[in-house]
Design a protein around this ligand. Structure first.
Ligand code: PLP
Length: 476
């Protein structure tokens, strides 16, 4: 890529900027000109992502070795396309996929695309922290027992908040049933590089692990990895599924950045992660000393956790996470994820000691100014098992393709949802296509909106919800 970028000549191919010659001054001011020289199409020297035989194959092999896989695919459409493809590669129409109800919306897209039927497992939910922590192997075991024909199990580990399920035990269970374990490890591509981080999904025995290299490593946004090991998954079908879910023109900026991120981790991963852990531990220690703040320790709740995720409960200051986020952002301190009662910060290898100083001083100022306890109602506990069980009436695909109407919110309870409604981030759907709409789910969404959160749905103000037309459902 470097050689192709440096070469002089006349080009007559995509992209239309022809190595930056055509860009406007404004465009150049923002990005510089150099990056355009590397924004190239599949030139003969640059291989092809969908039939790799040259530099891409070599880069993917190096990534497999660095991350501990047998084979690795570079992804240019985020973990999203990898999760969708992993589901399509393992489950066909009408076949069952066991997954936790707090899966990312990309897993729901995978169900719609494949036509697979979800068997939802309730994750362990912390009422105290109002978050799902992970799935217990026992919950997977009973789902496997109740659904012996299931074709795969998908687990999200780590969660957005860094809490990890016991993947080793879960892999043993799925393999005893002869089916693969797919791990959405979007937030854990760094795990393989330091022993003080949780065990990686591949090391625990997962068949497929999908990682967003852009989330915590230094790849460009959208650049991700799909790793595979063992013989449980048909690799040709996986490769074909990846073609269905990705652009036919994958960006070489993304692919090149994946190779660079891999090289950095392969050569300096241990020392970079040691520094990152030290920064995260200092932030945790110093924030724990401030009055009225609580710092999440998922390990004290029985789950392995990634210490580079820092979750700070601000409800003791009388603030919502959204309000605290606004104030901190105005001071130049920007969190990854604000929620009703807490804020989550990602501490990555890109952070420096000065960032941690600024974070601590921002919180010190908040603590000096605010101290009354938060009287905000808790988010409706939409992930508890009573909320979860058997509210699905149609498969996500059936509901997606069924005739729909926009139902006013006050008449929506009891209808079958025809869309994915998701507070974002973290992108964990509150309502899924095919589920009966419960009052608790609407209350949760409304509370999130009132507190300043954002929804992805057909009506972001939630005046209406897309539902399956009642006439379509009742004859069944
Ligand atoms: C748990 C989880 N899985 C998958 C994804 C999708 O990853 P990407 O943004 O790389 O497509 C996300 C994104 O936030 C996520 O949080």
């Amino acid at each position: 890529l470097q050689r192709c970028a440096d070469r002089q000549g006349a080009s007559f191919h995509t992209p239309g900027h022809q190595r930056g010659q055509g860009i406007s001054q404004q465009h150049r001011d923002l990005f510089g000109s150099k990056v355009f020289r590397a924004d190239l199409p599949e030139l003969p020297e640059l291989d092809n992502l969908f039939a790799p035989a040259g530099v891409i194959l070599e880069a993917q092999q190096l990534a497999a070795a660095a991350f501990g896989a047998e084979q690795t695919w570079f992804l240019a459409n985020g973990s999203t396309c990898g999760i969708e493809a992993a589901i399509m590669a393992t489950c066909g129409p009408g076949e069952k996929l066991i997954l936790p109800r707090n899966a990312h919306s990309s897993a729901i897209s995978g169900l719609i695309l494949s036509g697979a039927v979800p068997v939802y497992v309730a994750p362990v939910y912390s009422r105290d922290w109002q978050m799902a922590l992970g799935v217990e192997p026992a919950a997977i075991a009973s789902a496997l027992c109740a659904h012996p024909g299931a074709k795969a199990v998908l687990v999200v580990s780590p969660t957005y908040y860094g809490s990890c399920s016991d993947l080793q035990a879960i892999a043993t269970l799925t393999h005893a049933h002869g089916i693969p374990l797919i791990v959405d490890e979007a937030h854990g591509p760094h795990f393989a590089f330091h022993p003080n981080l949780p065990q990686s999904a591949l090391a625990a025995g997962a068949d497929i692990a999908i990682q967003s290299a852009h989330k915590v490593l230094c790849a460009f946004t959208q650049a991700a990895l799909l790793h595979i090991q063992g013989n449980c998954v048909e690799r040709d079908r996986l490769a074909q599924s990846l073609q269905l879910t990705q652009s036919t023109s994958p960006s070489y900026l993304l692919l090149g950045s994946l190779d660079a991120a891999r090289h950095q981790m392969a050569t300096e991963g241990f020392s970079r992660m040691a520094q990152t852990l030290a920064l995260a531990d200092r932030a945790c220690r110093e924030l724990s000393d401030l009055p009225n703040l609580r710092i999440l320790q998922a390990s004290s709740l029985g789950f392995a956790s990634d210490r580079t995720r820092l979750t700070v409960d601000v409800s003791g200051l009388g603030l919502t996470g959204f309000a605290a986020d606004e104030m901190l952002h105005a001071k130049g301190i920007t969190a990854e994820l604000p929620a009703l009662r807490h804020l989550m910060f990602i501490i990555s290898l890109g952070n420096r000691a000065a960032d941690i100083d600024r974070l601590i001083s921002g919180f010190k100022q908040l603590c000096e100014r605010y101290s009354s306890p938060n009287t905000l109602p808790g988010s409706a506990e939409f992930l508890t098992s009573d909320f979860l069980t058997d509210s699905a009436q149609l498969s996500p695909r059936e509901a997606f393709f069924a005739p729909k109407l926009a139902m006013p919110i006050d008449q929506a309870v009891g209808c079958i949802c025809a869309e994915t409604i998701c507070p974002y981030p973290p992108g964990i759907p509150t309502l899924l296509p095919g589920e009966v709409i419960l009052a608790g789910a609407i209350a949760h969404l409304q509370t999130t909106l009132c507190a300043g959160g954002m929804l992805t749905s057909s009506d972001p103000h939630l005046k209406t919800i897309l539902v399956v037309t009642p006439e379509f459902v009742s004859p069944c």
